[in-house]
Design a protein around this ligand. Structure first.
Ligand SMILES: *Cc1c(COP(=O)(O)O)cnc(C)c1O
Length: 413
């Protein structure tokens, strides 16, 4: 069967394509910025920033990542169930009820408090297995972490606990782009490291850099860096590029379901608040806000220039000049505006200015990555050729006969 028909039969008329060679390129490019002694932890939390965690993890490990990082127990478990044996750091404290499962799956735990440490010690003793932990230090984010003064006494105590291996010590930057604040956090972290060294306490992995930190502070790469954003092909806001070139692995595609003609003055969509100016053709696509399409997170403006930016954007959007995500589709590379309100699962685009647009035609859309619906299929490609798909139901299907493009359930996932 033809590839597009096969894909649509299995995935439905919308999917996200992830180009494996772009992820590999980005990982190698980031590694190229590190000293040979610095390890790379690939952050694949939030379903690999929307890319699909299991396959992204495999690609990063094969390309040279030494550690993986996730936030929740369920994310760690998904990777273990897929047969991934590499070390995985859970970058958040867990509740005591979650600890036995995490230890059984050999996930590296984050300890952010003395009581958390004691719970891990007790759970490890119950399980009769060793728990690997990284201590997290509070240096300024005020999310989770030990107070700096707590670290040395607790670390010294924990080194004597039989069931616990203190493998790492880390902190997280609140706003790596604000140099003075980041500098204070880095200094605070360094003071803790110096105290440990003075007490001859050795902890193998000391780490503080995320993507922004690793670009801004090469001197702070230490034993390990935790990179997410860069691996997925995006530069963090206001960070230097350090000669890095990144590739975008991400394409969101859908197929036109329906086309019809409308005359001038026709109100379109819910509320009828879009009025057609001159006769045109509208195309309907099976994509809406339930998929994360056209959603823009708005945080409260923090100062006057934030507020001014927000007002300008809102006024431009009102005038139909907004260039933001979810405002346009691309049909054979040409821009087609999204008109009317975006629905829960259907949207309307104006294709009146384009010749030869047909039902079934593939079009591309912008979609904010971490908010992309988890039930949108992910189609992994290599040099543009699909080889693996995660369906709406979460099942991974692999292409076993590239000549026939036949997808079959992949064993071990
Ligand atoms: C998300 C996260 C990272 C990665 O951040 P990027 O800016 O995407 O590189 C690193 N460390 C922790 C603790 C995180 O939660």
């Amino acid at each position: 069967m033809e590839l597009l028909a096969q894909l649509t039969r299995l995935a439905g008329p919308r999917w996200i394509e992830i180009e494996a060679t772009a992820l590999e390129h980005n990982l190698r490019a980031v590694k190229g910025l590190l000293q040979p002694s610095t390890r790379l932890l690939a952050v694949i939390k939030a379903d690999a920033y929307g890319a699909g965690a299991v396959e992204a993890a495999r690609i990063f490990l094969a390309a040279g990542a030494e550690y993986l990082g996730v936030t929740t127990l369920a994310e760690g478990r998904e990777l273990r169930q897929a047969g991934i044996t590499a070390p995985i750091l859970l970058m958040s404290p867990l509740l005591p009820e979650e600890l036995p499962s995490a230890i059984e799956q050999d996930l590296t735990l984050t300890v952010s408090s003395r009581s958390g440490a004691e719970a891990v010690g007790a759970a490890a003793a119950m399980a009769g297995r060793q728990a690997r932990v990284h201590l997290k230090v509070e240096t300024g984010l005020q999310r989770t972490g030990l107070e700096p003064a707590e670290v040395v006494p607790l670390a010294r105590e924990m080194l004597a606990w039989p069931g616990v291996a203190v493998e790492g010590l880390y902190s997280h930057l609140a706003e790596a782009a604000r140099p003075a604040a980041a500098r204070r956090q880095l200094e605070c972290f360094m003071r803790v490291l110096q105290e440990l060294a003075a007490q001859q306490i050795t902890i193998p992995f000391k780490h503080i850099c995320n993507s922004t930190g690793l670009l801004l502070h090469p001197e702070m790469h230490l034993d390990l860096v935790r990179a997410g954003t860069l691996l997925y092909g995006q530069f963090p806001y206001q960070a230097p590029r350090r000669g890095l070139t990144l590739k975008d692995p991400w394409r969101f595609k859908t197929r036109i379901l329906f086309i019809h003609e409308v005359g001038p003055g026709t109100p379109v969509g819910y509320g009828g608040d879009y009025i057609v100016k001159k006769a045109t053709r509208l195309a309907v696509i099976p994509v809406g806000y339930a998929d994360g399409f056209a959603l823009t997170p708005v945080s409260r403006p923090k100062n006057l220039s934030d507020l001014a930016r927000y007002l300008v954007k809102t006024v431009l959007a009102y005038l139909g000049r907004g260039g933001g995500e979810g405002t346009a589709a691309y049909v054979a590379g040409q821009r087609a505006p999204v008109v009317g309100r975006v629905g829960m699962q259907l949207s309307i685009i104006d294709v009146g200015h384009m010749a030869g647009v047909k039902v079934g035609q593939v079009i591309e859309l912008d979609l904010r990555r971490p908010t992309a619906g988890s039930r949108l299929p992910r189609v992994y490609c290599r040099a543009g050729r699909p080889y693996l798909m995660r369906t709406t139901a979460g099942e991974w299907l692999a292409v076993v006969r590239p000549d026939r493009q036949n997808f079959v359930p992949q064993a071990g996932i």
